[in-house]
Every structure is written in structure tokens, then in C-alpha cells.
Ligand binder design. Structure first.
Ligand code: UDX
Length: 443
């Protein structure tokens, strides 16, 4: 085992991006991954998911011998002083976060630390939680270390939440708006400040509970902005106002800001839905009223319903009609289809006995494996032109940049009826009209 400064547990989204980006800063790391297939893939230079820039940086880091992948957690714990925990925290049936993987990593660390002979000069380990975890988790892990870490060196636990977005994860990591360090000791702060010494952004140092809450509160606030603008969008529809211009007009106000005011089919993915239900579960547990967040979830859950109403309004009978879903991923530049609105829209269309055709530049394989029963009833096309040929209508669900480059005139000419519903307010209405679409409808 080579000597490394940092070990990262979990080669999922957060773990791999963290490791590769820190390696690019000159740190030497090892990534601990239990999944054999994932490990083999990583060792051959490939990530288990698509993320722009990531594989190139992984190749550079591996070439410079700054990143290693292992399933030997003992080696990692012995060698590194700084241990990042980046394992998954999926939702349990009641919406709260499942922390079993986080606990398991801590148990593993304690086991190896207990076995390790403590040296005189040994200053102990810093365990840093990067996974999104309920408030109080770092504190509990520290208690766990105190109670069960018999013979282990001094273990400090810090919280250092990650704010990266899929599709721009590398850029978000390298140019963060802020770095949040939650710690109970000066050593943790010093070690993390040193890790991030080359980053030019505000660094907020606080206690671990506050750091953990910053992550949940940030994601919940962004999700609230989206549901808010979607509610306004429904109102705009009724009173014939243009939601895109309303959002732009609001966004110029610096107190509001232009970002996360894009109305449409709503938010999906692995973070917002999961973090909102985790935070509402915390509220319920502590008898704090969190109806505001519940409504944010409710507005989002109803977006596909609104789209269906709109489709029926425009297309009348859906039974027997062929409707094309352009875009399946929850956002562009990713192959992630977790909690994607497309699955819910497809389900509803099939219920109406419409024929569903789908095309996505990157997400079709993941869609088929995550929703096998649904996928069996969908026809997947090789490209957007083939998907739309002889269809009765198109619903644009993901704002993939390549969709802007399509020859929309060619598409409309080959359809049974030139109808398109842009559920992302992405394409230019004038261009669609010019391309022969009867009405560039929006939702
Ligand atoms: C989010 C947070 O942004 C990030 O800080 C956190 O670390 C993880 O969760 P991510 O889920 O990758 O990141 O994507 P994001 O770009 O935030 O989009 C989330 C969802 O909101 C997508 O489905 C997107 O289409 C939707 N969205 C976003 C809107 O509907 N309107 C908007 O204006 C912005």
C-alpha cells in the first residue's frame, strides 16, 4: 500500500468527484470502494456514471500516481490521517435518511484504529462527513468513537458538506461559492483548511450540527424557489402572463436572484427529493411545523399532473396517439434518471393508453435498468429524428443543449401533427413556429 494523506470512503458521486478534484490539487489519495465491479471499472479509468471532465481528470490523477482504488479499508485507515466519508444516505420508507452505510464505515474505521498500535507521535484521525446527513450525525459518530473506540487513537469528527451539482460537479467543487467546515476541535479546522488552501472562496467554520443544517437548509431553499416559480407559472397560465418574463423580472432583484427560477416540470434527481423528505421527517420527529416544505414537495409532485392536463387541453384524446418524450434524465449533462419526472409522465401517458416513444442522449440505459416494467411498454429510439417520425406530439422534458441544434423543420414535417409541449421553457417559440409547429406550447 502506497502512502496517502487522504482516504475517501465511497466512490459514488460525491466521493469520486471529491477524490479526483483533491488529487488535481496535488494531494495523494486512496478511494475505498466495496463494490468489486465498480472498483474494476475505476481501476481501468472509468466512472460508474457520466460527469463532464471527470474521466480526463481521473486519468491525470492516476497517471501522476495520486489516486488509488482499493477495497482494503484497513490499508486506507492505517495510511491516511484524513478520512472522508462519502457513502450514500438513501431515504427509508418514512422519508428519513438511512445512515447504515455511514455507521458501517465508522465501525470499520474504529476496528482498524483499535488494531493499529498507537505511536507516541500519533495525533489520531480526522473523520470528515461529506455525505448529506441529518443534523446530529457527526456528534453521534464522535460519541460512537468515544464509546466503542477502545484503544483507538484520538478520533475527531468533522462535517464538510458538499454542494456540487450533477453535470457541473467538477466546476462546482473547484470553484465553490463557499466551504463549510463543522468541527469540534482546532485540529479538524486546521487540517481541512490545509486541504482547501488553494481554494479562493469564503470558508465558514462552525460546529458540526450547524454545518449539517446548512446543507439541508440550502437544498430545501433552492427546491422552494423552484416550487414557488412553478406555482406562479400555473397562475400565469390562467391569466395569460408570460412566466419566463415574470421570472426574469423577479430575478433582477438582487434579493431574489435569477437562479433556480426556471419553471417547468419540476425538480428530480438524487438530492432535492431525498433531502426535503429527510428534513420534513426531522420536523415531524421534533414536532416542528414544516408544512411549507411539505407544500414544496406537493407542488413538485403535481407537476406531471399539470402537464397531463395541458396535453389533454391541447391534444384532446390521448388514447392511441403516439407521444414522444425528448429527454429522460432529471437534468441535462448527466445520465442520472433517479426520481426523474419523465418516469411519472410516461406512467400517466400509458395509463391514458397513449403510445410512448422516448429518446435521451445519455439516460436511456439507466432508465431501462431503473424502471424495467415501465420501459417494457416504451419504445426507445436511436435518435431524436427517428423518435419523432410519424408521432402525434412531442413533450420536451430535459433541456439537453443538443435539442436546440435539431432541425425542427425536418422533425415537424415528418410528424402526423406538428405539436410540441416544451416542459422546460427551453426552445425559442418563434423558431418552433418558423419550423412549422402549430403552437409552441409550454407548461
Ligand atoms: C442539487 C444542489 O444544487 C447541489 O448543491 C447539491 O449538492 C445536490 O443537489 P443537483 O440535484 O445535481 O444538485 O441538480 P440541480 O442543478 O440543483 O437541479 C435539481 C433539479 O431542479 C433538476 O431536476 C432541475 O431540472 C431542477 N431545476 C433547477 C428546475 O426545475 N428549475 C431551476 O430553476 C433549477
Amino acid at each position: 500500500m502506497v502512502n496517502v494523506e487522504i482516504a475517501v470512503f465511497g466512490a459514488g458521486y460525491v466521493g469520486l468527484v471529491t477524490a479526483v478534484c483533491l488529487a488535481s490539487q496535488g494531494h495523494r489519495l486512496c478511494v475505498v470502494e466495496k463494490d468489486r465491479a465498480k472498483l474494476d471499472k475505476l481501476r481501468s479509468g472509468h466512472a460508474a456514471f457520466y460527469e463532464p471532465e471527470l474521466e480526463g481528470m481521473l486519468a491525470d490523477a492516476a497517471g501522476a500516481d495520486r489516486i488509488h482504488f482499493t477495497n482494503n479499508s484497513g490499508d486506507a485507515v492505517h495510511s491516511a490521517d484524513l478520512l472522508f466519508v462519502c457513502v450514500g444516505t438513501p431515504p427509508l420508507p418514512d422519508g428519513s435518511a438511512d445512515l447504515s452505510q455511514v455507521e458501517e464505515v465508522m465501525k470499520t474505521i474504529l476496528k482498524h484504529e483499535t488494531e493499529r498500535k498507537k505511536h507516541e507521535e500519533d495525533k489520531g484521525k480526522l473523520v470528515v462527513i461529506k455525505s448529506t446527513v441529518p443534523v446530529g450525525t457527526a456528534y453521534r459518530l464522535k460519541r460512537m468513537a468515544d464509546l466503542y473506540g477502545n484503544g483507538a487513537g484520538e478520533i475527531e469528527v468533522a462535517s464538510n458538506p458538499e454542494f456540487l451539482r450533477e453535470g457541473s460537479a467538477v466546476r462546482d467543487f473547484m470553484q465553490p461559492d463557499r466551504i463549510v467546515i463543522g468541527t469540534s476541535g482546532e485540529r479538524g479546522e486546521a487540517m481541512l483548511r490545509s486541504v482547501y488552501r488553494n481554494f479562493d472562496c469564503p470558508v465558514l467554520v462552525t460546529d458540526t450540527n450547524t454545518a449539517e443544517m446548512i446543507k439541508y437548509a440550502s437544498n430545501s431553499f433552492l427546491a422552494t424557489k423552484i416550487s414557488f416559480i412553478n406555482m406562479i407559472s400555473d397562475l400565469c397560465d390562467k391569466v395569460q402572463a408570460d412566466i419566463s418574463i415574470v421570472a426574469a423580472g423577479m430575478g433582477y432583484d438582487k434579493r431574489i436572484g435569477e437562479q433556480f427560477l426556471k419553471a417547468g416540470i419540476g425538480f428530480g434527481g438524487s438530492c432535492f427529493p431525498k433531502d426535503l423528505s429527510a428534513l420534513t421527517a426531522v420536523g415531524r420527529k421534533h414536532h416542528v411545523k414544516v408544512e411549507l416544505l411539505e407544500q414544496v414537495i406537493g407542488v413538485n409532485r403535481d407537476r406531471p399532473l399539470r402537464l397531463m392536463e395541458k396535453l389533454k387541453e391541447e391534444m384532446w384524446v390521448l388514447k392511441g396517439k403516439t407521444i414522444v418524450l425528448l429527454g429522460l434524465t432529471f437534468k441535462p449533462n448527466t445520465d442520472d434518471v433517479r426520481d426523474c419526472p419523465a418516469a411519472s409522465v410516461a406512467e400517466r401517458l400509458l395509463k391514458e393508453q397513449a403510445n410512448v416513444v422516448a429518446y435521451d442522449p445519455a439516460g436511456m440505459a439507466n432508465f431501462k435498468s431503473l424502471y424495467p416494467e415501465l420501459s417494457a411498454r416504451i419504445r426507445f429510439a436511436d435518435d431524436a429524428y427517428e423518435a419523432c417520425r410519424r408521432s402525434d406530439g412531442i413533450v420536451l422534458l430535459t433541456e439537453w443543449p443538443v435539442f436546440k441544434e435539431l432541425d425542427w423543420g425536418r422533425i415537424s414535417a415528418n410528424m402526423e401533427a406538428p405539436f410540441l409541449l416544451d416542459a422546460r421553457h427551453f426552445l425559442e417559440e418563434a423558431k418552433l413556429k418558423q419550423a412549422g409547429f402549430i403552437r409552441g406550447s409550454r407548461t
